[in-house]
Design a binder for this molecule. Sequence first.
Ligand SMILES: Cc1cc2nc3c(=O)[nH]c(=O)nc-3n(C[C@H](O)[C@H](O)[C@H](O)COP(=O)(O)OP(=O)(O)OC[C@H]3O[C@@H](n4cnc5c(N)ncnc54)[C@H](O)[C@@H]3O)c2cc1C
Length: 618
Amino acid sequence: MQLPQASVFATLLLLPLTVTAGTVESLRNCKCQPYLPCWPSKSDWQKFNSTIGGMLIAGIRPISSACYEGPGYNKVRCDEVTKDFGDSIWRANQPGAVQHTTWETYSPLEESCPLPSLLTDGTRKQCKQGSVPQYAVRARNAQDISTAVKFATKHSIPVVIKNTGHDFLGRASRRNALLIWTHFLRDISFENQYGGWEPAGCKGDKYKEKELLVKAEAGVMVFELAKAVSKKGRTVVAGAASTVGVVGGFLQGGGHSPLGVWKGLASDHAVEFEVVLADGSIVKASACTNPELFWALRGGGGSTYGVVTSVVLRTHEDVSFVQYALNVTIPILPNETPGTANDTFWELVNRWHTMAPAVNDLGGSGYYFLVTNFLVPEPKVTAHVFVGYLFFFGQKDTKGVEKLFKPLNDWLYKAVGTPESGLVSPLISPPAPATGYLGTLATTLYGQGGTAILGSRLLSRELLSTPSGVQKSTDALRDIDYLGGFILGHYVTPGPKPVDSAAHSAWRKAITHIVVTNNWEQGASFERQDEIKSLMTDFMVPRLKKLDYDTKTGKQTMGAYVNESDKEELTWQDSFWGEKYGRLKKIKARYDPNGVFWCKPCVGSEDWDLDGICKVPR
Ligand SMILES: Cc1cc2nc3c(=O)[nH]c(=O)nc-3n(C[C@H](O)[C@H](O)[C@H](O)COP(=O)(O)OP(=O)(O)OC[C@H]3O[C@@H](n4cnc5c(N)ncnc54)[C@H](O)[C@@H]3O)c2cc1C
């Protein structure tokens, strides 16, 4: 929607610097803001509320505001916020929170609302709105979402979609936006129980009787889906963290899973979506109806093409799996030559990655953590800690896994400590049904409320298939580790089976997904936050990017997983989508030509200023 002429000059003063060089004509392509006359009046909001059954929440404040002196102080609420601050499920139920406090702040104006009891530097902070939207629609169904999209479009209000708020790039928060909150759409049902079900628009492409499909609404979380599907004796490719949403950012970003090496990305298994488009229409997307949209929704990123209200996913047979767990503690002893413990630790990392192709060939998936200079509570000693747990789906006995890990275990007993020392604990569990595993996954909860930022890279199988490639990656990880945070490896890549979707093609060549993390203390100054962010963007990520790299063209040959990466990643279009970016941009232009949906870094976001308020003049 265009701004009224009268407000153009007021807007000129208030708009971000990126557009001041533009023409007046370009300013017409701006979203409305609360300080402009185009913003809906109180009565507009009231009327809107009545069209969605009273599901509008107005006047939302950041969760910690209840703990600040003044008219908003509320002791009961403050006690609740303090108690549940790190509880992921509680956070997902708050309109004024996301999972990581990083994204509740608004750094250009240095606005935040830290929980006073967590401030360690003795400063008294103020509570400011930051990036927490003041209005939210707690959607009950697709119709509420359609009404909200139409209202936002009519008044040209920025929109943000939130499900659980887990996003590591802050794409579920947006200052001065109308929040469309999908988290309470939680129905799970089964399709094709008797065979014959067809995706929308498909004729003669019926599913066989045994191929049970599950339909999940937008707010369903991993643990709910895993529980429902395993009750039917089936498995489903979903994430490893119980409270992440399945249908929102996870699936639309591609979605990796411990079942990935066996079955592929989660989005490879979507067969039909229901979506509210930018014009408010409610449509289906499948291989036969809106096929381009269907292609884009499987990996092209959330919050870009529409609001997905449900998805139909394939489920799979139950299968036995063998688990290998490894826990290594390398203490740094007072009389040790500096660096000795470190060398052993990095040799372990080198050996681990040297084995990656063989682990992959045996169908191994799972996770490993590299934590250096860690204060182990018992015995109280600083140590380098390596923890890995891998799953080998389809293994009926432990023989193959034992044989694979024997050389590594033998080396660890010599280099670090005997099995009795307690410093090296490899454990191979007997075969168990995968449905049982999904059941335990369902009960694992993750603490949230921190300030994590990430950077990442998909490393190619080719790189880790040569000693020099492995050594190069160890050297890079060692350099990065020196700067802080911790490193997490994921054997979750889906292998080369071609699936035509928007997910980066690097996934099909990758063998591991390396994530590096960093954070800062609650309430840290914005200057300090910027220093840490810049370390990630300017050093850590480029160091990883150079691993799979063509020195002749000067270009990366792999990429990164959009959902677990650095928000400030340079050349993000190439890093997250590679050669698919051009097609994705055309689909964006077709389904959302006016940029009703915007987030950063998301397809098409480069056409807007840094807050997605005004179109960048061309
Ligand atoms: C503890 C933890 C563990 C994780 N584990 C895994 C893992 O095992 N595998 C993996 O692949 N990823 C994992 N992730 C990353 C995860 O995929 C992303 O954080 C993802 O964005 C979360 O999606 P969400 O819908 O739950 O979160 P939100 O933050 O609510 O949404 C994320 C993005 O999707 C958009 N969005 C949400 N719902 C919709 C919708 N219905 N329609 C359109 N857009 C929507 C939002 O606007 C936002 O841009 C993990 C993250 C965390 C914090």
